[in-house]
Design a protein around this ligand. Structure first.
Ligand SMILES: [Zn+2]
Length: 514
């Protein structure tokens, strides 16, 4: 009995110890990762690095603002990544990275040598110089080979470049190329760990669909971040660009690195806005366009409705102006069309309005050649614009998705030069949340038909685009009343009915108004 009870007690004690140990192990492996997108805005902005390599052992937040102003207290892993970008690592940034390492943080510098325009420095090398490493403009030769801890791992990659180390003996080489050149290496700095690696070793696809190397990167990141414990209850924060300048139309947000672009980009926005409003024929939707965020990239932009993000050196800005006009307009139009994105031409019309804005701002040559280029591109796949179905077709090439709508609006513009204005004015009146929960392709052709004062369904079907007015909730008498137009009394209505047009019928009035 005694024996029995003491062994039971021992069992409880053992369990308790095990429990304590496993909790500590979990805490030690907890990762609070900050991915820096302030030097290069990349698609890591949506958290795909964390999804690929950190979750579920931890979380990932993003720093959009000036690096040294970010408070790293609740983080133990910092991911720095840069492509060809003019954004420097300032002495303050380098100091912030150094002190984070000193207190045990893990720092991962992902890069592949690339220069911004005429610059001579790949800026991550300024950051790495004190640590004795630099990215070089030499492609790695596959197959890549794991070394040390990674000796038996398969090493996948996109197009990696190589790294030169001042004192290779100070580093643990983890990945080499077929010619023995470094692709990933690690060394202790202070209580922390510095990992330098080709960006080509990590996935980058949308939806985190390519977690290449995750089987060894996950444990490696746990080891790199293990020098600093974080409190799981104290989540690190996202940091947006911290400088906010209130301008007439909206505030502009930017990091210190983007400051040189702030005035020039706002000036283009200020010039575009009234032109976009004139073309759209309505003001931006309520609550939209409340701030402009400058992004350190040449690669595009985004619209979240309220915020629009703009690539600061898009289209060779500021040397060239047209690209920025088109980009600002494109992203603004995404905000303008709320609450219902365009079902058939959300991207195409955004760029098309950008082209029209460019034309009105005296940039006809650039605007016209952009338009011609798009349409010529689409005609390679759909020579007579009567084949590819933008509504139900599968695998429609991007250029067709973009440019077939541009071609359609160009045809309509010959008939009514203000077709875009008419379309968006009609949409604003008809496509409201009290009437519909979703704006469909069929709805958009009803709206366009009303705008053009004729039934466009047969024409769209002749273009190979399968739309049906009977499927639209907007093709009702009430919709017509709300838009303030008289119901059709015009003889064409009967003519159309005789033609057997599917869009005509008592529940589906024709699209003429007087
Ligand atoms: Zn877009």
């Amino acid at each position: 009995m005694n024996h029995h009870s003491s062994s039971k007690l021992l069992g409880v004690v053992c369990l308790l110890i095990l429990f304590v140990v496993s909790v500590e192990a979990a805490a030690a492996e907890r990762i609070h990762c900050v991915t820096d997108i302030s030097h290069t805005f990349s698609f890591y902005f949506d958290g795909r690095f964390g999804t690929n390599y950190v979750a579920p052992d931890g979380i990932d937040v993003r720093n959009w603002g000036t690096l040294h102003k970010y408070d790293l207290a609740d983080a133990n892993l910092l991911i720095l990544q840069s492509s060809a970008s003019p954004c420097r690592y300032t002495p303050e940034d380098i100091e912030a990275v150094r002190s984070f390492l000193a207190e045990g943080g893990g720092v991962v510098v992902l890069g592949d040598f690339a220069l911004f325009r005429e610059e001579e420095t790949y800026h991550p090398n300024t950051l790495l110089k004190p640590f004795g490493a630099r990215f070089v403009d030499v492609a790695a030769q596959k197959p890549l080979q794991g070394e040390g801890d990674l000796e038996h791992e398969d090493i996948a990659s996109y197009s990696p470049k190589t790294i030169t180390l001042d004192e290779p003996d100070d580093w643990r080489i983890l990945v080499e190329d077929a010619r023995g050149r470094v692709v990933m290496a690690n060394k202790a700095v202070g209580k922390g760990q510095l990992l330098v690696a080709s960006r080509g070793l990590c996935g980058h696809n949308p939806n985190a669909s390519d977690p290449i190397n995750d089987q060894w990167l996950r444990p490696l990141l746990r080891r790199v971040s293990a020098g600093k414990q974080v409190d799981p209850s104290r989540r690190p924060r996202h940091q947006m660009p911290e400088n906010l300048t209130q301008r007439d139309r909206l505030p502009v947000r930017y990091s210190d690195y983007m400051k040189p672009y702030a005035d020039a980009i706002y000036e283009v926005y200020d010039q575009c806005f009234p032109v976009i409003e004139e073309i759209m024929g309505v003001p931006p939707s309520e609550g939209m366009l409340t701030s402009l965020i400058l992004l350190p990239t040449g690669g595009g932009g985004f619209s979240s409705g309220a915020n629009i993000g703009l690539a600061a050196w898009w289209g060779n800005f500021p040397e060239k102006r047209y690209g920025m006009v088109e980009l600002i307009t494109h992203e603004s139009v995404h905000s303008w069309v709320h609450p219902f994105p365009e079902p058939i031409w959300n991207e195409g019309i955004a760029t098309y309005v950008g082209i029209l804005t460019g034309m009105k701002l005296g940039l006809e040559t650039d605007a016209q050649s952009t338009l011609d280029g798009w349409i010529a591109g689409a005609k390679r796949y759909d020579p007579n614009m009567d084949k590819l179905d933008l509504v139900h077709g599968e695998n429609i090439p991007h250029v067709v998705r973009m440019a077939k709508p541009m071609w359609i609006f160009e045809q309509l513009r010959k008939e009514k030069p203000d077709v875009v204005t008419r379309y968006f004015q009609t949409k604003r009146k008809l496509a409201t949340r009290d009437r519909i929960t979703q704006y469909t392709a069929d709805d958009s052709i009803v709206v366009l038909s009303i705008a053009m004062q004729r039934d466009l369904f047969p024409w769209f079907r002749s273009l190979g685009i399968t739309v049906d007015s009977k499927q639209s909730q907007l093709a009702t008498d009430r919709a017509f009343k709300d838009v303030g137009w008289a119901l059709p009394t015009n003889p064409n209505r009967d003519a159309n009915r005789e033609n057997g047009s599917g869009s005509v019928g008592s529940a589906h009035p024709t699209f003429f108004y007087e």
